[in-house]
Ligand binder design. Structure first.
Ligand code: FE2
Ligand code: FE2
Length: 241
């Protein structure tokens, strides 16, 4: 049976608008940031999730106010529903992503223009002056993968990184989450060296919360989770005949 949940405000004017299914090991974690005139929808999800996520979004904001959709890469679980969202969001919509993903995303039928982070100084400044900074995390697990750091809330929207694979899901990470996270990264991330390269970038940031695209939100022991990934052996499929 599917869960129909309510939006959860994880910080002022930042909501989780996700969708959890008991049968799925991967859960959909879209988020909305509302900042005055700007409304950013982060990683809206798949086509089967569209009606549920759109309903959740509508409980938080008028979808017609959404003027940015941000995606860390082009996997269908996080962005296949964008053409459906284009029918209900602002006509001024821009897709915020890396140029490597921007060449693939049009294949979903997305029509909106792109705001490429790598040619915009790795940041997006909202009308209020609030800055979203982008942290390049190449090959995790896509060449153009990146994370989004909101300088106001100090939340790190981490895409697939820090995601978890588990059939015992909770919105906030519990004591079992490190194992769920390891299970996902060992398969999906190519190597420990690549993970460590990105984890070292994160150590310079003041992070209050890590909000991944699937799995659970990490709201304590941030440093311990970074250490766990920095030391994790990955690329499991290299060892399969
Ligand atoms: Fe992915
Ligand atoms: Fe994913």
């Amino acid at each position: 049976m599917d869960h129909q949940l309510q939006p959860v405000e994880i910080a002022p004017n930042i909501h989780w608008v996700g969708y959890a299914e008991e049968w799925a090991g991967l859960h959909c974690n879209p988020y909305i940031i509302e900042d005055g005139e700007d409304v950013i929808l982060i990683e809206p999800g798949s086509i089967p999730h569209f009606s549920s996520v759109a309903r959740m979004v509508s409980q938080v904001v008028n979808p017609a106010r959404i003027n940015y959709i941000l995606v860390s890469h082009q996997d269908p679980d996080l962005c296949a529903s964008i053409p459906r969202f284009e029918e209900i969001v602002s006509p001024d919509l821009q897709i915020v992503t890396h140029s490597r993903a921007a060449v693939l995303l049009p294949h979903y039928g997305i029509k909106a223009p792109y705001y490429n982070i790598d040619t915009n100084d790795w940041k997006l400044t909202l009308k209020s002056g609030r800055e979203l900074k982008f942290i390049f995390t190449p090959y995790m697990h896509f060449p153009g993968s990146f994370m989004t750091y909101d300088t106001k809330s100090k939340i790190l929207f981490s895409g697939d990184v820090f995601g978890g694979l588990s059939f015992d899901w909770s919105l906030f990470a519990n004591e079992f989450y490190p194992e769920a996270m390891k299970a996902f990264h060992e398969n999906y991330m190519p190597s420990r060296a690549i993970l460590e390269h990105s984890m070292n970038k994160l150590r310079k940031l003041d992070i209050t919360m890590i909000a991944p695209q699937h799995g659970s939100i990490i709201n304590k022991d941030i440093g311990k989770y970074i250490d766990t990934l920095a030391n994790l052996e990955c690329g499991d499929y290299l060892f399969v005949d």
